[in-house]
Design a protein around this ligand. Structure first.
Ligand code: GDP
Length: 195
Protein backbone atom coordinates (compact mmCIF):
# COMPACT_ATOMS: atom_id res chain seq x y z
CA UNK A 1 0.00 0.00 0.00
CA UNK A 2 1.21 3.47 -0.88
CA UNK A 3 1.33 5.76 2.14
CA UNK A 4 0.62 9.42 1.41
CA UNK A 5 -0.20 10.45 4.95
CA UNK A 6 0.81 9.15 8.37
CA UNK A 7 0.48 11.20 11.49
CA UNK A 8 0.58 10.76 15.22
CA UNK A 9 -2.75 12.03 16.55
CA UNK A 10 -2.94 11.59 20.31
CA UNK A 11 -1.86 9.58 23.33
CA UNK A 12 -5.34 9.11 24.71
CA UNK A 13 -5.70 8.41 28.41
CA UNK A 14 -9.51 8.64 28.47
CA UNK A 15 -12.22 7.45 26.08
CA UNK A 16 -13.44 11.03 25.55
CA UNK A 17 -10.08 11.70 23.86
CA UNK A 18 -10.56 8.98 21.27
CA UNK A 19 -11.19 10.35 17.76
CA UNK A 20 -14.80 10.90 16.81
CA UNK A 21 -14.57 10.62 13.05
CA UNK A 22 -15.41 6.90 13.07
CA UNK A 23 -12.54 5.84 10.78
CA UNK A 24 -11.79 2.11 11.11
CA UNK A 25 -9.37 1.28 13.91
CA UNK A 26 -6.73 -1.44 13.84
CA UNK A 27 -5.32 -2.01 17.31
CA UNK A 28 -1.92 -3.50 18.12
CA UNK A 29 -1.38 -5.63 21.19
CA UNK A 30 1.78 -7.36 22.31
CA UNK A 31 4.27 -7.62 25.10
CA UNK A 32 6.73 -4.81 25.73
CA UNK A 33 9.63 -4.86 23.33
CA UNK A 34 8.07 -7.37 20.97
CA UNK A 35 8.44 -4.93 18.07
CA UNK A 36 5.10 -3.09 17.76
CA UNK A 37 6.62 0.35 17.10
CA UNK A 38 8.99 -1.09 14.50
CA UNK A 39 6.05 -2.82 12.85
CA UNK A 40 4.04 0.41 12.65
CA UNK A 41 7.02 2.28 11.23
CA UNK A 42 7.59 -0.42 8.61
CA UNK A 43 3.91 -0.52 7.65
CA UNK A 44 3.91 3.23 6.99
CA UNK A 45 7.48 3.43 5.68
CA UNK A 46 8.62 5.94 8.26
CA UNK A 47 11.73 5.54 10.33
CA UNK A 48 10.51 6.98 13.58
CA UNK A 49 6.88 7.98 13.70
CA UNK A 50 6.02 5.34 16.27
CA UNK A 51 8.39 5.54 19.16
CA UNK A 52 10.64 2.52 19.22
CA UNK A 53 11.72 0.89 22.45
CA UNK A 54 8.80 0.73 24.80
CA UNK A 55 8.10 3.11 27.62
CA UNK A 56 7.09 0.78 30.42
CA UNK A 57 5.82 3.64 32.59
CA UNK A 58 3.23 4.63 30.04
CA UNK A 59 0.74 1.91 30.76
CA UNK A 60 -2.30 4.14 30.44
CA UNK A 61 -2.12 5.47 26.92
CA UNK A 62 -3.58 4.45 23.63
CA UNK A 63 -1.45 5.95 20.87
CA UNK A 64 -3.45 6.87 17.79
CA UNK A 65 -1.83 7.13 14.35
CA UNK A 66 -3.87 8.22 11.34
CA UNK A 67 -2.91 6.54 8.06
CA UNK A 68 -3.88 7.86 4.60
CA UNK A 69 -6.81 9.67 6.19
CA UNK A 70 -8.40 6.24 5.93
CA UNK A 71 -7.81 4.37 9.17
CA UNK A 72 -6.13 4.50 12.57
CA UNK A 73 -3.49 2.30 14.10
CA UNK A 74 -4.14 2.20 17.83
CA UNK A 75 -1.08 1.10 19.73
CA UNK A 76 -1.88 -0.48 23.09
CA UNK A 77 0.66 -0.17 25.89
CA UNK A 78 2.89 -3.27 25.86
CA UNK A 79 2.16 -5.88 28.51
CA UNK A 80 4.27 -8.34 30.44
CA UNK A 81 6.76 -5.85 31.78
CA UNK A 82 7.78 -7.24 35.18
CA UNK A 83 8.29 -3.97 36.98
CA UNK A 84 4.77 -2.66 36.46
CA UNK A 85 2.79 -2.57 39.74
CA UNK A 86 -0.35 -4.56 40.29
CA UNK A 87 -2.42 -1.36 40.39
CA UNK A 88 -1.01 -0.25 37.03
CA UNK A 89 -1.69 -3.67 35.58
CA UNK A 90 -5.30 -3.50 36.76
CA UNK A 91 -5.70 -0.04 35.23
CA UNK A 92 -4.27 -1.38 31.99
CA UNK A 93 -6.78 -4.22 32.07
CA UNK A 94 -9.72 -1.90 32.72
CA UNK A 95 -8.73 0.48 29.93
CA UNK A 96 -8.20 -2.28 27.36
CA UNK A 97 -11.37 -4.08 28.35
CA UNK A 98 -13.42 -0.91 27.96
CA UNK A 99 -11.85 -0.30 24.57
CA UNK A 100 -12.41 -3.87 23.38
CA UNK A 101 -16.01 -4.04 24.50
CA UNK A 102 -17.27 -0.60 23.52
CA UNK A 103 -15.17 0.80 20.70
CA UNK A 104 -17.42 0.69 17.69
CA UNK A 105 -14.80 1.55 14.98
CA UNK A 106 -12.52 -1.31 16.09
CA UNK A 107 -12.17 -3.68 13.15
CA UNK A 108 -9.23 -5.92 13.96
CA UNK A 109 -6.58 -6.56 16.57
CA UNK A 110 -3.05 -7.31 15.48
CA UNK A 111 -1.61 -9.60 18.13
CA UNK A 112 2.12 -9.14 17.69
CA UNK A 113 4.24 -12.02 18.93
CA UNK A 114 7.92 -12.92 18.57
CA UNK A 115 8.15 -15.85 16.13
CA UNK A 116 11.32 -17.11 17.81
CA UNK A 117 9.51 -18.13 21.00
CA UNK A 118 6.19 -19.75 21.84
CA UNK A 119 3.59 -17.15 22.85
CA UNK A 120 3.90 -16.17 26.52
CA UNK A 121 1.21 -16.66 29.15
CA UNK A 122 0.29 -13.00 28.69
CA UNK A 123 -0.04 -13.47 24.93
CA UNK A 124 -2.35 -16.41 25.56
CA UNK A 125 -4.46 -14.40 28.02
CA UNK A 126 -4.71 -11.55 25.53
CA UNK A 127 -5.81 -13.90 22.77
CA UNK A 128 -8.32 -15.65 25.05
CA UNK A 129 -9.83 -12.26 25.80
CA UNK A 130 -10.27 -11.58 22.11
CA UNK A 131 -11.98 -14.91 21.67
CA UNK A 132 -14.23 -14.21 24.66
CA UNK A 133 -15.32 -10.87 23.22
CA UNK A 134 -15.47 -12.28 19.72
CA UNK A 135 -13.05 -9.76 18.23
CA UNK A 136 -11.28 -10.59 14.96
CA UNK A 137 -7.54 -11.00 15.37
CA UNK A 138 -4.61 -11.28 13.00
CA UNK A 139 -1.59 -12.89 14.63
CA UNK A 140 1.58 -11.17 13.43
CA UNK A 141 4.65 -13.31 14.01
CA UNK A 142 7.45 -10.78 13.81
CA UNK A 143 11.26 -10.84 13.84
CA UNK A 144 11.22 -13.58 11.18
CA UNK A 145 14.64 -12.39 10.02
CA UNK A 146 16.06 -13.66 13.29
CA UNK A 147 15.46 -17.33 12.52
CA UNK A 148 16.47 -19.32 9.43
CA UNK A 149 13.89 -19.74 6.72
CA UNK A 150 14.02 -23.51 7.22
CA UNK A 151 12.51 -23.07 10.70
CA UNK A 152 9.66 -20.70 9.83
CA UNK A 153 6.98 -23.37 9.36
CA UNK A 154 7.85 -25.16 12.57
CA UNK A 155 7.75 -21.94 14.58
CA UNK A 156 4.48 -20.82 13.03
CA UNK A 157 2.95 -24.14 13.97
CA UNK A 158 4.02 -23.74 17.59
CA UNK A 159 2.53 -20.24 17.67
CA UNK A 160 -0.81 -21.43 16.32
CA UNK A 161 -0.96 -24.43 18.61
CA UNK A 162 0.03 -22.55 21.75
CA UNK A 163 -2.61 -19.89 21.14
CA UNK A 164 -5.15 -22.44 19.99
CA UNK A 165 -5.75 -20.04 17.14
CA UNK A 166 -9.20 -19.84 15.60
CA UNK A 167 -9.07 -21.06 11.97
CA UNK A 168 -10.66 -17.81 10.74
CA UNK A 169 -7.95 -15.63 12.27
CA UNK A 170 -5.14 -14.95 9.80
CA UNK A 171 -1.49 -15.30 10.72
CA UNK A 172 1.23 -13.29 8.99
CA UNK A 173 4.95 -13.90 9.19
CA UNK A 174 6.62 -10.50 9.42
CA UNK A 175 9.94 -8.74 9.68
CA UNK A 176 10.29 -5.04 10.37
CA UNK A 177 13.92 -5.43 9.41
CA UNK A 178 13.37 -6.74 5.87
CA UNK A 179 9.77 -5.71 5.17
CA UNK A 180 8.69 -9.30 4.79
CA UNK A 181 4.94 -9.70 5.31
CA UNK A 182 4.16 -6.01 4.82
CA UNK A 183 2.03 -6.45 1.71
CA UNK A 184 0.20 -9.46 3.15
CA UNK A 185 -0.54 -7.59 6.35
CA UNK A 186 -1.88 -4.53 4.50
CA UNK A 187 -4.10 -6.79 2.44
CA UNK A 188 -5.47 -8.40 5.61
CA UNK A 189 -6.01 -5.05 7.33
CA UNK A 190 -7.85 -3.54 4.38
CA UNK A 191 -10.07 -6.60 4.01
CA UNK A 192 -11.23 -6.18 7.62
CA UNK A 193 -11.75 -2.43 7.17
CA UNK A 194 -14.11 -3.03 4.26
CA UNK A 195 -16.19 -5.72 5.93
P1 GDP B 1 7.93 -2.28 21.10
O1 GDP B 1 8.31 -2.08 22.53
O2 GDP B 1 6.98 -3.44 20.95
O3 GDP B 1 7.43 -1.05 20.42
O4 GDP B 1 9.27 -2.78 20.36
P2 GDP B 1 10.26 -2.00 19.37
O5 GDP B 1 9.62 -1.77 18.04
O6 GDP B 1 10.83 -0.83 20.06
O7 GDP B 1 11.38 -3.13 19.14
C1 GDP B 1 12.15 -3.65 20.20
C2 GDP B 1 13.51 -4.09 19.66
O8 GDP B 1 13.37 -5.12 18.72
C3 GDP B 1 14.24 -2.95 18.94
O9 GDP B 1 15.61 -3.05 19.23
C4 GDP B 1 13.97 -3.25 17.47
O10 GDP B 1 15.00 -2.77 16.62
C5 GDP B 1 13.93 -4.76 17.47
N1 GDP B 1 13.05 -5.28 16.40
C6 GDP B 1 11.74 -5.04 16.25
N2 GDP B 1 11.24 -5.70 15.19
C7 GDP B 1 12.26 -6.38 14.64
C8 GDP B 1 12.39 -7.27 13.50
O11 GDP B 1 11.43 -7.57 12.77
N3 GDP B 1 13.63 -7.79 13.27
C9 GDP B 1 14.70 -7.51 14.04
N4 GDP B 1 15.88 -8.08 13.73
N5 GDP B 1 14.63 -6.68 15.11
C10 GDP B 1 13.42 -6.13 15.41
Amino acid sequence: MKIHQAEFIISAVRPDQYPEDALPEIALAGRSNVGKSSLINRMINRKNLARTSSQPGKTQQLNYYMINEQLYFVDFPGYGYAKVSKTERQKWGAMIETYLTSREPLKLILLVIDVRHPPTKDDQLMYDWLIYYNIPCCVVATKADKIPRSKWDKHLKVVQQTLNKRPEDPIVLFSSETGMGRDALWETILSFCHD
